[in-house]
Structures are given as structure tokens and as C-alpha cells.
Design a protein around this ligand. Structure first.
Ligand code: F6P
Length: 320
């Protein structure tokens, strides 16, 4: 293996820079040339590619976002765009590509590997929606961002005696809501994977008030409802408790990665280069029980993500 490329694709996540750094530095250590492909698959289509050296990745381990920038490329999904990308790969003499991103990015990597390009995927998404791995790069940071927001909102919730709904990201996956809700001591956690009843939530709110609780925090995953404003109105009407809604939005996607995400990204980046050297490609990396694992891309994508029911039940028990 003489030359590999690295790209970040889809929604950015904190820790992507640490992963890029690990890929670049491990490759250089093993005498492999590395190029950075800009804006995900778009850079492959347009030849927006540059050589990376040790200092290209200096001073980035602690930075959120991605120095390679990112995009959700529609053009790459179409045959014409894909063929252009294959052409660019051949012109630049790229022998393998490390793709850092979520499931959409992995589908792109799967397509490349079916066309004979050696690919390795690193799970970079705040959503933690990839079933084959315990954690994705960026999830821990996003959860910590939400937990900090819960603490701030809890202060004002207590002062005013209000109910506060906090809507968090995660697309169709409730992991950010569940982990942050458990860590933040939320009264109710609403996730797409588990049906909920508004009456049950109101009952819990009123029970809490009756035993002197001043604050009420409800964590709502974005994939559950069409209109969270309407939901807040209904809670207020049914309980008589003033209810405020905060949609956290893209604040969850940025910020300095936690030590956990930096270490995860570094371990996976280093392993990706080893796998390239072993010629073990068409794989994605994950973490299971604190071991870095790898799995065939298509197999990994075929596993259905489920919510951790034990954690969900525990959160419910602890918030009575
Ligand atoms: O996949 C990461 C994510 O932040 C989701 O949680 C969210 O639904 C989506 O991306 C938002 O995408 P965009 O930044 O393109 O609006």
C-alpha cells in the first residue's frame, strides 16, 4: 500500500479531526502517503484533494468540526458522479480510502468497495445509530453537551417551577436522548423506539409536583414528533404547569471532543491504517466491550439498531 486517502462525509461530529490526525500520522509512520479528500465524496468527484503531512494535522485533536470539511453528496449516488469519482481515484493513484462518517457515508464506501476500491469506514456521527458498534465518534461529546444544557435549564426550571422540554438530535435513534436523559436526571425520556403516552408523562409530572419537586425535565428525541411546540402546549394544558420548549439543534454537533471521543477516534484511525496494510478492507471499525473490532461493511449495515431497553427501564425507575 503506497497511497491512501481520507475523507469525512455526512453530518460532522466532534472527534472527526482526531480520527483524521490518527489516520494521517499512522500512515506516515508506516511510510504510506496520505491525501486529504475535501468535502466528502464531492472532493472525490471534483478532484479536490491535497497531500497531507505531519503538520497538516497539528493542533487539531481538540477541535470540533472537520478540517477536511464535509457534505452529503447527492451527485456521488448517481452513476455519472460515481464514475467521475472512480476516475479521480485512479488519476491520483489512491489505493485505499478511509471514510469517516455515518450510515449514508458507509453506503458510499460499500459502493466504492464493490467497485474494487479498498475502503475502511470509521463511525463518525453524534447519533450513535450504527448497531454493530457500542459507540460512534462524537456521541459522547454530544451527550455531554446535552447534559450541560440540562443542568443550565434545570436551574431556571427550579427557580420558576416550570416544566421544560428539551428536544435533542439523533434522527431516528433515541440514544442521545436516553444517555443524556439518564445522566441529567430527566423526569421523562421520549425516544422513537418506545411508544409513549402523554397522559403517563403528565401523571409523572404531577406526582413529582405533589411530592415537592420544583423542576421537571422532559427529554424528547427529535425523531418522535412532528410538532414539539404543540406537544409543549398539550402538556401545559393537561397539567396546568407552565411548560417551555428548548430545541438544542446544532449546538450538539460542535465543540471540543471529550477525551473518550479523542481516544476512540485515535484508536480507530490507527487500526484503519493497520487493516489497510494487512489488505483487510471493505471493513468498518467499531468498539465492543472496549475492544476495537472490524466487520464487513455490508454486514454492519444490515444490523438493525435497537434501543438499550435495560438502560431505558433504569432511567424510568430512577426518575420516579
Ligand atoms: O446525523 C447527525 C444529525 O445531526 C442528526 O442528528 C440530525 O437529524 C441531522 O444530522 C441534521 O442534519 P443537518 O446538519 O444536515 O441539518
Amino acid at each position: 500500500m503506497r497511497k491512501i486517502g481520507v475523507l469525512t462525509s455526512g453530518g460532522d461530529s466532534p472527534g472527526m479531526n482526531a480520527a483524521i490526525r490518527a489516520v494521517v500520522r499512522s500512515a506516515i509512520y508506516h511510510d504510506i502517503k496520505v491525501v486529504g479528500i475535501k468535502k466528502g465524496y464531492e472532493g472525490l468527484i471534483n478532484g479536490d484533494i491535497e497531500d497531507m503531512n505531519l503538520s497538516s494535522v497539528a493542533d487539531i485533536i481538540h477541535r470540533g468540526g472537520t478540517i477536511l470539511r464535509t457534505a452529503r453528496s447527492e451527485e456521488f449516488k448517481a452513476e455519472r458522479g460515481f464514475q467521475k469519482a472512480l476516475n479521480v481515484i485512479s488519476i491520483f493513484g489512491i489505493e485505499g480510502i478511509v471514510v469517516i462518517g455515518g450510515d449514508g457515508s458507509f453506503r458510499g464506501a460499500e459502493k466504492l468497495s464493490q467497485a474494487g476500491i479498498k475502503t475502511i469506514g470509521l463511525p463518525g456521527t453524534i447519533d450513535n445509530d450504527l448497531a454493530y458498534t457500542d459507540f460512534t465518534i462524537g456521541f459522547d461529546t454530544a451527550v455531554n453537551t446535552v447534559v450541560n444544557a440540562i443542568s443550565n435549564i434545570r436551574d431556571t426550571s427550579t427557580s420558576h417551577g416550570r416544566a421544560n422540554i428539551i428536544e435533542v438530535m439523533g434522527r431516528h435513534c433515541g440514544d442521545i436522548a436516553l444517555y443524556a436523559g439518564l445522566a441529567g436526571g430527566a423526569e421523562s425520556i421520549i425516544v422513537p423506539e418506545v411508544p409513549f403516552s402523554i397522559d403517563d408523562i403528565c401523571k409523572r409530572l404531577i406526582q413529582g409536583r405533589n411530592r415537592g419537586k420544583l423542576h421537571s425535565i422532559i427529554i424528547l428525541a427529535e425523531g418522535v414528533l412532528k410538532d414539539s411546540h404543540e406537544f409543549a402546549k398539550q402538556i401545559e394544558e393537561k397539567t396546568g404547569i407552565e411548560t417551555k420548549l428548548t430545541i438544542l439543534g446544532h449546538i450538539q454537533r460542535g465543540g471540543s471532543p471529550t477525551a473518550f471521543d479523542r481516544i476512540l477516534a485515535s484508536r480507530m484511525g490507527g487500526r484503519a491504517v493497520e487493516l489497510m496494510m494487512e489488505d483487510k478492507t471493505s471493513r468498518v471499525l467499531g468498539i465492543k466491550g472496549n475492544e476495537i473490532i472490524d466487520m464487513d461493511i455490508s454486514e454492519a449495515l444490515s444490523i438493525k439498531k435497537e434501543i438499550n431497553k435495560n438502560l431505558y427501564e433504569l432511567a424510568k425507575i430512577l426518575s420516579i
